[in-house]
Write a protein that binds this ligand. Sequence first.
Ligand code: FAD
Length: 633
Amino acid sequence: MRLLFHVEQMLQKYDVIVVGGGHAGNEAAAAAANMGCSTLLVTMNMNTIGQMSCNPAIGGIAKGQIVKEIDAMGGYTGIIADKSAIQYKLLNRSKGPAMWSPRSQNDRLRFAEEWRLTLEGIQGLDFWQDMVVGLVVENGKVVGVRTGMGVVIKGTAVILNSGTFLNGLIHLGLKNFGGGRAGDPASTGITKELMDLGFISGRMKTGTPPRVDGRTLDYSKMTVQPGDSKPGKFSYSELSKNLTKQLPCYMTYTNSEVHEVLKSGFDRSPMFNGSIQSVGPRYCPSIEDKLNRFSERDRHQIYVEPEGWNTVEIYVNGFSTSLPEEVQYEGLKLISGFENVKMFRPGYAIEYDYFPPTQLKHTLETKLVENLYFAGQINGTTGYEEAACQGLMAGINAALKCANKEPLILSRDEAYVGVLIDDLITKGTEEPYRMFTSRAEYRILLRQDNADIRLTPLSYNLGLASKDRMDAVENKLSMTKDLITYFKKTSVAPAEINPLLEEKKSAALTQKVKLYSLIKRPHVTLQELASCSGGLSEKLADYGDNVGSIVEQAEVQMKYSGYINKQGEQVEKMHRLEEVKIPIEIDYDKFSALSAESKEKLNQIKPSTLGQASRISGIKPSDVSVLMVYLGR
Ligand code: FAD
């Protein structure tokens, strides 16, 4: 009793209590503390802060853009990914710039260590190792949390980031046992309390592949997958550096013998014997799923990914499975290069509770309980990046609310983060939600090269992004403008440029033309023009160390100006609908012109603008017209 008294005195009332030190919770805690809130991070095990539960990699298609956005806002996932990277690649380089997606392979242990050290370096952020088992709610407002040790901690706002831990159930063949991920206990108590408060919960599933001993693999039978020859990085800041050395990954394939062995275990697969009922990530299927869904294929790709600089552990990407461990092992041994493999840890599947995200506002605050926020996998998403950006936004909005300030809501044309949150709260999700470029209707505006231009000014005004970051953006903008002006003013002579055009099989010049018209030709790059034009190459030298990002930015803006301007016009149209606010207290049952389905959906989501109403699945243009008339438009 005396001990609890002292602990509670030490853990005095906080502005923001963040529950869970995963990818969402870490960004939430960092943002709230950096915005001046007294913040407490309560997590079950401080040794697993920032742990990568599944693949040792950050970014990838659309996810890389999200990491860039987090970085531009002053979040840490990008910097930590850079500091712990063992390999870097810009994916989709052969496609248009809207598709360019950075991805790093990471040292798993170093990633978690960097998170821990980063958080420890933030002023105003306290830590408490404990399991939160309940919330303290008074008069519809959360006012604290209760922990497994029996401590009650008071807070103005609480952000729940419980990942895959809520009532987590791990499956391995016919065995199943409680756990939040392998080696960690499940989190119990919270789901029931939230349901008693009126929340609806659901169940989802995910899985992970086995990890093996790299010393037992024969890499000569595999195809090497190196990183980029000139590796980039996620962070726009100087806080991380580009890699100077990298580790390669390797690629191999399953084959029909592997498939036969795996299929022989299907009768003991929790996926097929009814043990797992919930829905898994469609775009990250297990090997069992792949054999079932694509039975015509006689092989599937396997990426052999090192887990870090100094460890021999290997992540077998593409072989996610919950088959019995002996079946996994027998299957692995038949993969080319894996003949002598030793397994460190078998793959497994996990089922966990989530809360359908239509129960949230755009700020990620719950509609039912004031000052309670949900972020990350608890909202039905999958992936570190999706979780981290929600944590960042929940942290920012909880801090703004504590300071009685207007919330920060990113629109669909400002950020992938805006698309993700709007999709979640407007459409909900019945299967683990991951980001894709195709989910963003304005993706030519939401590029990885311009996230700093889009978002750093917003974040700087909140006091989150530093002055250095803001200065860097202003510098980038003015240098880019300077280079574009140079292209518009400067002409080149045929003799200077025709050899390059001939090499590119592009029409030769007969008279001088402006550089601006040449850069619009497909396959002609800015750097190639600089190699022909002495004036341009001198101009680029003026930009010093910034030359890479200025060339990238100016080139994209000039080459794709037609598409960019067109999307800008579409955004303006969308904003007109977005500007029409809908009062929250509207009772849609009173609209006789709406169908029963439309009334039900509008009453459930309670859209805040006409734009949001138009994106609810099942809401028709005629319903939007009815609302427009009602709102006097
Ligand atoms: P997590 O990273 O899970 O962090 C949750 C944190 O909260 C943990 O630190 C935990 O200890 C703490 N915590 C939980 N409950 C409490 C409590 N009550 N009190 C105190 N602390 C608490 N993602 C993919 O994109 N693709 C995949 O294929 C994939 N496979 C996965 C396979 C497995 C087996 C697992 C476990 C996860 C997988 N993921 C995958 C998901 C990925 O790990 C998550 O998307 C991401 O980690 C979610 O971040 P988060 O912050 O929401 O939760």
